[in-house]
Structures are given as C-alpha cells and as structure tokens.
Design a protein around this ligand. Sequence first.
Ligand SMILES: Nc1ncnc2c1ncn2[C@@H]1O[C@H](COP(=O)(O)OP(=O)(O)O)[C@@H](O)[C@H]1O
Ligand SMILES: [Mg+2]
Length: 301
Amino acid sequence: MGPQSPSRTAAAPLAEIDDLRIAFRGHDGVLTDAVRGVSLTLNKGERLGIVGESGSGKSLTGRALLGLLPPAAHLRAKTLRFDGTDLLALSARKRRRLCGQQMGMILQDPKYSLNPVMTVAAQMREAFALHAPKTGRREMREKIVEALAAVHIRNPERVADAYPHELSGGMGQRVMIAMMVSSGPRLLVADEPTSALDVLVAAQVLAILDEMIGKHDTGLIFISHDLPLVMSFCDRVVVMVAGRVVETCAARDLLHAQHPYTRGLLAANPPLANPPDELPVLARDPAWLIDPREAARGAAT
Ligand SMILES: Nc1ncnc2c1ncn2[C@@H]1O[C@H](COP(=O)(O)OP(=O)(O)O)[C@@H](O)[C@H]1O
Ligand SMILES: [Mg+2]
C-alpha cells in the first residue's frame, strides 16, 4: 500500500477478537481450554476464511461472536467487540437483541438449525419480527415468499408451508440463507455451509451468499476445511490448529503459506489437473500444540 493509502484512518473493524479462550470442564472437574488465545479481526465487507482440522476450535470461535456457545462453555477474552460495542459488557438480553438484528449464522446442517415442529413460514416470521415487529400478517407473508424466491426457490408458496423434514438438504440450506439474506446481517458466520451439499447446489448457495455480501457489505466469517474453496471465495484466511491461530494471510498468498500445518494441508489437496500417484500424509508435530505463553508461564512458576 502506498503512502496515500487511507487504511490508517479507516474505521474500526467490524469484529475484533483478542485472546479468546473457551474452556470446558472435564470428567475430572478440571477446566481445559478448547480455544486457546485466538485473536482475529474482520472488516466490513471482508470475507475471512477459517480453516483447520476438525476439533481445532473453528466453530466455537464463530459461535463466541454470536453468543451461541453451549451452556457448559467458559469464555474469557481480552476483547470481544462488534462494530465498536464491547460484547462482554452487554447484558444477555441486549446481546441477544444485537446478535439477532445484526449478526447471523449459517450452520452446516439445516436439520439442526431449523425448528422441526414449525413450518418454514412460522420460523421466518419469528426471525423477521425481530427486525420489523409491527409488520401485518399479509405483508409478512409477502416478505417471506419474496425472501424464498430471492434464494431461487422455485415454489416459494409451497416451501413456506412445509416443515423442515419435508425439505432436501439444499432446500433447507437455502431457507436458512433466505432468513439471513432478507435481514441483511452486518456480520455473517457461515460454518461449513456447503459441505453437506452436492457440488451444483453448493455453487448455487455460494452465489446467493456472494450476492448478499455485495448488497449489504456484510462481513463474512467462512469456516471450511476446503482450502481451494476458501482461496477462491475469501479475501483473507486464518489457519487454526488445536485451538490457536497458527497463520493469517491473504487468501491469494495461501499457496505460499509458511506454517508446516498449512503446507501439509495444501499438499493434501492435490492439483486436479496433475495429481501425484500418492497423497502425502500430514505429519503432525507435537510442538504445534504448545501455547508459547503457557510454556512461558510454566517455566516461570
Ligand atoms: N459442548 C462441548 N463440550 C465439551 N467440549 C467441547 C464442546 N464443544 C466443543 N468442545 C471441544 O472443543 C473442541 C473444538 O470444537 P469446535 O470448535 O467445534 O471444532 P471445529 O469446528 O474446528 O471442528 C472440540 O474438539 C472439543 O474438544
Ligand atoms: Mg465445526
């Protein structure tokens, strides 16, 4: 960036996480950190990918921002901010309100996110009422059908009256996105939004997300273990291993990433055009698991 760059005067980030730790109590009663000091920022309109092996703390990190952690989780952080608001200082009620109105989350499996005993229209009504509580019944119905049509659902009237189990995975996913799109969240966490879908439906879902982000300047946290997808869809990528961020880089620079874990992930994604005979196996180094700060504290006491 040149000296004329306005970046130094740019507004505060949309989301700011500093030293996030999330712990669970084990059978022995001891609290163990699952997320061990994650720091990251997200700017308006930015798409931040989080990649890493399963269990590395990606979902917990995303959920922490939205206040959607499991009740057993113990959260500590130096900073947890949304658009300048200190989320840690808000009452539970204010927090829920803020999250409901300005943030959204799309989960991997719509089966667990849509309420099975409510029709699509009934749950969309609840979601929309958060934003426009005084909407009349007929106007609400129109808004719901419009939102479903906007995510390319061909028979929105019928889908509106369906129960979640009557929908295919791709359809359920689009219903969830429809709920998000129409509210135009400022921050969206998409947690493996396409990994349960076949390739064509996944591409459609990504196109819908893309359109929404462009329209509302939404900041996106895109959790995935699909490196090529993240490289093409995101601006910046955070790599997590065992509850910590081990690397952050521009998505286009991911191919030149330095951390051995990232290099291993990349090697495990062979080029389609010219695949090697044998896929390399990711060699894990126990040193990746050690938190340098914990090691320092251990040495000090
Ligand atoms: N409800 C829970 N109770 C106990 N431990 C949990 C719970 N949820 C997550 N964890 C722990 O946190 C780790 C990270 O979880 P998660 O963020 O879901 O990983 P990821 O999304 O990267 O696969 C898990 O490996 C698990 O050890
Ligand atoms: Mg996860």
